[in-house]
Design a protein around this ligand. Structure first.
Ligand SMILES: C[S@@+](CC[C@H](N)C(=O)[O-])C[C@H]1O[C@@H](n2cnc3c(N)ncnc32)[C@H](O)[C@@H]1O
Length: 278
């Protein structure tokens, strides 16, 4: 019989509490199967006999890398190029033109849960497309900080190399040819797109003070896993990390409504986004 087919109710509660404190992810009731299926490989690889033993090791903080493995196992890293299309249309049609006409300094963008890199590289591709279309020079020097809690996801993102099937998720043939080079079946993001993006580890539950100020924040498809008070706290701290008039993009099923009063919702022909209130 599998060593973690069953989790005692108190162990389930303890593990859920630990996970929520560590990274904000709430499991809710009745998700025992999620723990057993997601931790099975980790327990086998690390030769840990049970969730109770895992919890003891996590509480002791030994071995140090264990917390990262647990967070990796329990988080969803699903992503794609130009995910949902609309935020990137809003960028190219509404936000970049507005920023371009308003300001002359460097545009700073934060991709706040960047997974394997598709989101920040997509933003960089959108920037290059906008610059090519409008011949503006202001936005060419834009910089993107891409962060995630997962060190292994950040490593993957920094490699900037993707399989053919991953590339197929959201890019046109033209974009593939223009923004990637192929080597041994791997597709590598070209330098012009890569050089705008810097990666950094950042747990969204912790202070953003070290990151600086931004004009645009993408925080997509991560708040959905968090409890209401965490969403409120993160959105209010993101508001503080934005320059006046800054923009916020959330995932298609996420909203600020009911969590933060710092933003106004804007509906344009291209989609919904948020702007910091004055
Ligand atoms: C579903 S992916 C979203 C990727 C991308 N933003 C998108 O919309 O395609 C969620 C990401 O959030 C990250 N994550 C989960 N909890 C986090 C936390 N507390 N702080 C920072 N990142 C976190 C996960 O590691 C994962 O890469």
């Amino acid at each position: 019989m599998d060593m973690i087919s069953n989790i005692a109710p108190n162990e389930y509660k303890k593990f859920s509490n630990f996970l929520e404190k560590a990274c904000g992810i709430t499991l809710g009731d009745g998700k025992e199967y999620l723990i057993t299926s997601r931790l099975r490989k980790l327990l086998r690889d690390e030769k840990i006999a049970s969730v109770a033993e895992l919890l003891t090791a996590l509480e002791l903080g030994e071995p140090r890398y264990l917390l990262g493995l647990v967070i990796d196992a329990m988080t969803t890293n699903e992503t794609s190029w130009f995910r949902d299309r609309s935020p990137f249309e809003v960028l190219e049609k509404d936000v970049f033109p507005l920023w371009d006409s308003d300001r002359k300094k460097q545009c700073k963008i934060w991709s706040a849960a960047c997974s394997s890199g598709q989101e920040p590289y997509t933003i960089s591709i959108a920037l290059s497309e906008y610059v090519a279309l409008t011949a503006t020079t202001n936005l060419n020097s834009a910089s993107i900080i891409a962060t995630d809690i997962s060190a292994s996801m950040l490593e993957e993102a920094k490699q900037a190399e993707y399989d053919e099937n991953i590339l197929g998720r959201g890019l046109s043939l033209n974009q593939k040819q223009q923004f990637f080079t192929e080597s041994d079946g791997r597709w590598i993001v070209v330098n012009a797109i890569r050089q705008r993006v810097n990666f950094k580890e950042q747990n969204l539950l912790l202070s953003y003070d070290g990151l600086g100020k931004f004009d645009i924040i993408f925080c997509r498809n991560v708040l959905i896993y968090f409890a209401a008070q965490r969403k409120t706290d993160i959105l209010n701290r993101m508001a503080k990390a934005l320059n006046p008039g800054g923009f916020l993009f959330l995932g298609a099923s996420e909203t600020v409504t009911g969590y933060s009063d710092s933003f106004e919702m804007i509906r344009s022909a291209s989609g919904v986004y948020y702007r910091l209130k004055n």
